[in-house]
Design a protein around this ligand. Structure first.
Ligand SMILES: NC(=O)c1ccc[n+]([C@@H]2O[C@H](COP(=O)([O-])OP(=O)(O)OC[C@H]3O[C@@H](n4cnc5c(N)ncnc54)[C@H](O)[C@@H]3O)[C@@H](O)[C@H]2O)c1
Length: 330
């Protein structure tokens, strides 16, 4: 059985959907927090056949999935899941995401992203799970180096956000646990993952939403920021490859990106073109937590896996906008 945390979240939902399509049995976990629209989370679960409001635990019509609404901070409930189910592998995608908000509520980020992580990895140790795969982030990389050099071997000691610091802490704990307690840990530094059912706090979603709602759009650094957007299906296809992969070393970190940065202003222009609507823009200065540009160096993931992202930004945004129009009926 595969445990997926953050199953009501954007990437977790897409992963669980694909896992059951491939006939895996999944234990799905999420606390369905209100960091963003809870209905979107519940609707993702609904598409998986899960009724998030049913507290009887008979909440899933898909027999390959068992869903638990629990908080990773509740280690007693978490350990009960490991006692009840024979878990072979863990995908840990639950966390408080987003760099900017972490400045305002640092303790919330540190609790969820570090204490929650420790509770989970300690259960992995206790219940002798062989493989622990977890989400890290491209936000660990600093601003002051050439973006063509953003590789996993860089020595990273200084971070611009509490969120990034929490993710680096995860990597340190995972590397140390897997070495001492002899299991495989794999950390994935995701680069701006986007797509249908995506996160409403991310730029591409805000742009599309604001265009349809005729709201003004803030462009930080006047839109002169570059992001390496990675389509969610490319990420999930890679995650599936990890299930049966034989690791060479006890712990590993991979960049999971596209290596094709796009200017944020161009993302907005493309969405305007796809929707046929124009946006009202307000220019803002750059957020201090944001990097100027990101671009994944993919040498490691390409040499060890057959990783070759298929989606370009234009098809990815078309797919997103078409989902948005359908979902919000606009
Ligand atoms: N989407 C991206 O571009 C991106 C980029 C870099 C890293 N990541 C990381 O990838 C992972 C998945 O990201 P996402 O975009 O799907 O985020 P998301 O916010 O959509 O999903 C995370 C889910 O985790 C749940 N959660 C949070 N704290 C929890 C807790 N204590 N107990 C139980 N559930 C909890 C939330 O309710 C949410 O549904 C996260 O760890 C995120 O930090 C995402």
């Amino acid at each position: 059985m595969i445990l997926v945390t953050g199953a009501a979240g954007f990437i977790g939902f897409h992963l669980v959907k694909k896992l059951v399509e491939y006939n895996h049995n999944v234990v799905a976990v999420d606390n369905i927090n209100d960091f963003y629209d809870v209905n979107l989370k519940k609707n993702r679960l609904k598409l998986l056949g899960i009724n998030a409001d049913d507290r009887s635990f008979k909440n899933c019509i898909n027999e390959n999935i068992i869903f638990y609404k629990i908080d990773l901070l509740d280690s007693i409930s978490l350990n009960k899941i490991f006692t009840k189910h024979k878990i072979d592998l863990v995908f840990h995608l639950a966390s408080h995401a987003g760099v900017k908000y972490s400045t305002n509520i640092p303790k919330t980020y540190l609790n969820n992203n570090i204490i929650g992580f420790i509770n989970l990895i300690d259960a992995v140790r206790n219940f002798n799970i062989n493989k622990f795969i977890y989400a890290s982030s491209s936000s660990l990389y600093p601003n002051n180096i050439d973006i063509s050099e953003l590789n996993e071997n860089l020595n990273l000691n200084e971070f611009k956000s509490i969120y990034a610091a929490s993710k680096k802490t995860n990597e340190i704990i995972a590397n140390t646990y897997s070495k001492i307690y002899d299991f495989n840990s794999i950390g994935l530094r995701f680069f701006s993952v986007y797509g249908p059912m995506g996160r409403p706090d991310m730029s591409y979603f805000i742009f599309c939403d604001s265009i349809f709602k005729k709201k003004k759009i803030k462009l930080y650094n006047s839109g002169e920021i570059y992001r390496d957007f990675t389509y969610v299906d490319d990420v999930v296809d890679f995650l599936l490859n990890l299930i049966n992969h034989k690791e060479d070393s006890k712990y590993a970190i991979y960049n999971v990106g596209n290596s094709k940065p796009v200017k944020i202003l161009d993302i907005l222009n493309k969405i305007e073109k796809i929707t046929g609507l124009s946006a009202e823009k307000i220019m803002f200065k750059k957020n201090k937590e944001d990097n100027y540009a990101t671009c994944a160096k993919l040498d490691r993931i390409k040499s060890e896996f057959n990783y070759n992202p298929k989606w370009d930004i234009d098809s990815g945004l078309h797919s997103f906008v078409s989902w948005y129009k359908d979902y919000y009926n606009v």
